[in-house]
Design a protein around this ligand. Structure first.
Ligand SMILES: Cc1cc2nc3c(=O)[nH]c(=O)nc-3n(C[C@H](O)[C@H](O)[C@H](O)COP(=O)(O)OP(=O)(O)OC[C@H]3O[C@@H](n4cnc5c(N)ncnc54)[C@H](O)[C@@H]3O)c2cc1C
Ligand code: FES
Length: 543
C-alpha cells in the first residue's frame, strides 16, 4: 500500500513546531504531542506557512489530548497564524526551514532527489487476497475483467470500512484493487468547465472550493464547503475521497452522507467509466446507476447565476466528528425582485429519513412557480413536506426518534425560506434562519508569580517538555522487552463494596508460565497507594 510513498515522521522534521509547543506548556504526559506537532507541521507545509487562527482551530477538530487541555495546545499552534496577536512575540515561521526533512538513508537534509517509483503496476499475493495497484484505467479494467466471478473490491482511502466494517472488511474479498495510483483520478481543470477528479480527498475539495468561491457564478461553493468541513474530522477528510463517500451512499442509500446532499444541491455531473468507455450523468441519476465494474472518474461542477440559492443543513451530536441525524441540501432559483418566485422546480434533498426517501418530490413540485413570501405557500410547502417525510424507525439503532427527525427535516425547509426572504420576514421570525457560528475559542491562565523570589514561582518550560514534543520521550511500550520479563495483571473483584473472604488462585497458578499470585500480605511496609501521604486507599485490598 505504501510503495512509492515518502513518509515523514516526527524524527524527520525541523524542531520549530516542537519547540513552540514546549514553550507554551502544551504537553503534560506528552503521549499525544507528536500527533499535535505533525498535524501543525502538515498544516503549515500545505499552506506554505500562511495560516489563520481559524484554520488552525479547524485543523484541530480531531487531534485528541486526554490530559493537557486544549488551551495551551491551541495557543501554541495559533501563535504561528498570521492574525495571531502572539505572532510578533514569536519568530515568524520560516517555511523553508520548516519544509526541510531528513533523508532516512543518509540522515542528512533531504534535497528531493530520489523520486518515488512511478508507472509500474503492482501485484501482491497475500495469504487471503491478491492486492493490485494499477496505474491506469486500462490496467484497472483488465484486472476487473480477469477476476470476474471473484469477490473484488476497489480501495481508495479505506475509511469506508470504519462505517460498514463487516461489509467492507478486507478479509471478505479475494481481490483488492488499490486505485490510488491511477493518475487520471486526480484531474483539477477549470477551463472550459470545472472538472475535479474522483481521487481528490474531501480536504482537497474544501481547499479548491475555498479558492473558487470568490469566482463569479461559483459563490454557492462557500456553503458546500462549510458542509464538507463538518464531514468527520480532518484526519478522515484528508484520507477520504469524495467519490468513496458517494459509493457508500450507493451501497447504502440510507447512509446520512453529507457529501451526497452537498453535491446534489450543487447539481454536479458525474463522469463514470468502465472498459467500454465513459459516460456523464447528472448526480440525481447516480443512485439508480448500476456501478458493477465501474469507476467514478470525476465530477463536473456547474456555474450558477446568483438567483440560485444553495443551502446545506446538518444536525448532529457535535459540530464535527459526528454523523448527521438528518441532513439536507436545498437549491432554488428565486426571483428576489418579484415576490421571491421560485422560477423552476427546486431541489430539496435529504439523508437520514429512509433509504428510499432522497428528494422531497411532492414539495419540489408544489413549490415550482410559487411565491416564498406568501404565507399560504409557506404553510402549503411545510404541510406537503410533512406528509411525504416518513422517517424509517429502523434506519440505524442510534438515530433519534422518528418524530424528531421529521421535525428537523421540516425545520430545514422553514429555515431555508426565512433565509431567502431575509428582511421581508417579520423580525420575530428572522432569527430562525440565523446559523449558529461558533466563534474562535480562547482562554487565559493566571497564576501568582513573584519576580523577587525567582527562580521560586518563576514560569519555566518543564524539563521533559522538549523530549515529549519531539517524540523522543520513551513510554512503557517503547521500552524493549527483555528475555524473561515478568508480566503482571490485576485481578479485579466482580462485586463492588464487598468484603473479601477468601481467594483461591490455584487454577491460575497451575497454568504454564504463571509464577506468583501477589496479595496484600506480600507488600512489605505500608500497603498504601501514596508512598508519602497518609491515605486510607490501600494499593491492594486486605479484606
Ligand atoms: C470516523 C468517520 C467519520 C465519518 N464521518 C462522516 C460524516 O460526518 N459525514 C459523511 O458524509 N461521511 C462521513 N464518513 C464517511 C467518509 O466520508 C467515507 O468513509 C469516505 O469518504 C470514503 O472514501 P474513501 O476514499 O476512504 O473510500 P474507501 O473506503 O476506500 O471506499 C469506499 C467504497 O467506495 C468504492 N470506491 C472508492 N473510490 C471509488 C471510485 N473512484 N469509483 C468507484 N468506487 C469507488 C470502494 O470500492 C468502496 O466500496 C466518516 C467516516 C469515518 C471513518
Ligand atoms: S494526552 Fe496530550 S499530553 Fe497527555
Amino acid at each position: 500500500m505504501c510503495d512509492g510513498w515518502e513518509i515523514t515522521t516526527i524524527e524527520g522534521i525541523s524542531d520549530i513546531v516542537p519547540k513552540r509547543l514546549a514553550k507554551y506548556n502544551g504537553s503534560q504526559c506528552g503521549f499525544c504531542s507528536p500527533g499535535q506537532v505533525m498535524n501543525m507541521h502538515a498544516l503549515l507545509e500545505q499552506n506554505e506557512g500562511n495560516v489563520s487562527m481559524k484554520q488552525v482551530e479547524d485543523a484541530y477538530d480531531d487531534v485528541i489530548c486526554r490530559c493537557t487541555g486544549y488551551r495551551p495546545i491551541l495557543d501554541a499552534m495559533k501563535s504561528f497564524a498570521q492574525d495571531s496577536p502572539d505572532l510578533k512575540k514569536t519568530t515568524t515561521v520560516d517555511i523553508e526551514e520548516l519544509g526541510k526533512t531528513y533523508c532516512h538513508k543518509t540522515g542528512k537534509r533531504c534535497h528531493g532527489e530520489c523520486h518515488p517509483r512511478k508507472g509500474q503496476q503492482l501485484q501482491i499475493v497475500g495469504s487471503d487476497a491478491v492486492w493490485y495497484r494499477p496505474d491506469t484505467f486500462d490496467e484497472l479494467f483488465k484486472i476487473l475483467a480477469d477476476n470476474s466471478g471473484k469477490k473484488t473490491r476497489m480501495v481508495f482511502g479505506n475509511t469506508g470500512q470504519g462505517i460498514y466494517n463487516q461489509e467492507l472488511d478486507m478479509a471478505g474479498f479475494d481481490v483488492l484493487v488499490d486505485i490510488r495510483g491511477i493518475q487520471g483520478l486526480y484531474s483539477v481543470n477549470f477551463d472550459p468547465t470545472v472538472v475535479l477528479g474522483a481521487g481528490l480527498s474531501i480536504t482537497q475539495l474544501i481547499d479548491i472550493f475555498t479558492r473558487t468561491q470568490s469566482t463569479p457564478s461559483f459563490g454557492y461553493l462557500a456553503n458546500i464547503k462549510e458542509m464538507l468541513m463538518r464531514v468527520a474530522g480532518r484526519s478522515v477528510r484528508s484520507m477520504a475521497s469524495w467519490a468513496g463517500n458517494l459509493m457508500l451512499k450507493h451501497l447504502h442509500p440510507e447512509f446520512q452522507s453529507d457529501v451526497y446532499v452537498s453535491l446534489e444541491a450543487a447539481n454536479v455531473k458525474l463522469i463514470i467509466a468502465n472498459s467500454a468507455g465513459s459516460n456523464t450523468i447528472p448526480i440525481s441519476q447516480f443512485l439508480k446507476t448500476d456501478m458493477t465494474n465501474k469507476v467514478i472518474v470525476a465530477m463536473e461542477v456547474p456555474a450558477m447565476t446568483d438567483d440560485y440559492i444553495v443551502r446545506l443543513y446538518k444536525v448532529a451530536q457535535r459540530a464535527e466528528n459526528s454523523h448527521s441525524f438528518v441532513n439536507a441540501g436545498v437549491r432554488m432559483k428565486v426571483d428576489t425582485n418579484n415576490k421571491f418566485l421560485v422560477m423552476e422546480k427546486p431541489c430539496i434533498v435529504f439523508s437520514g429519513i429512509s433509504k428510499d426517501f432522497i428528494h422531497a418530490v411532492q414539495t419540489e413540485t408544489y413549490l415550482a412557480g410559487k411565491s416564498l413570501v406568501d404565507p399560504s405557500v409557506i404553510q402549503g410547502a411545510l404541510t406537503t413536506l410533512a406528509s411525504e417525510v416518513n422517517p424509517d424507525p429502523n434506519i440505524d439503532a442510534v438515530e433519534p426518534s422518528v418524530a424528531y427527525r421529521k421535525n428537523v427535516a421540516i425545520g430545514y425547509l422553514y429555515s431555508y425560506i426565512l433565509d431567502v426572504v431575509g428582511d421581508t420576514a417579520k423580525g420575530i421570525y428572522r432569527s430562525g434562519s440565523t446559523p449558529l457560528i461558533r466563534p474562535l475559542s480562547s482562554g487565559q491562565q493566571s497564576y501568582d508569580t513573584k519576580p523577587l523570589e525567582w527562580p521560586l514561582t518563576e514560569p519555566m518550560i518543564k524539563l521533559e517538555a522538549i523530549d515529549q514534543t519531539t517524540g523522543r520521550a520513551d513510554y512503557i511500550n517503547d521500552i524493549p522487552i527483555e528475555q524473561g520479563t515478568l508480566y503482571a495483571a490485576f485481578v479485579i473483584s466482580t462485586v463492588g463494596n464487598a468484603k473479601l473472604q477468601s481467594m483461591d488462585p490455584s487454577k491460575a497458578l497451575s497454568m504454564p508460565g504463571v509464577l506468583k499470585f501477589i496479595t496484600a500480605k506480600d507488600i512489605p511496609g505500608q500497603n498504601n497507594c501514596f508512598s508519602s501521604i497518609a491515605s486510607e486507599i490501600p494499593s491492594v485490598p486486605e479484606e
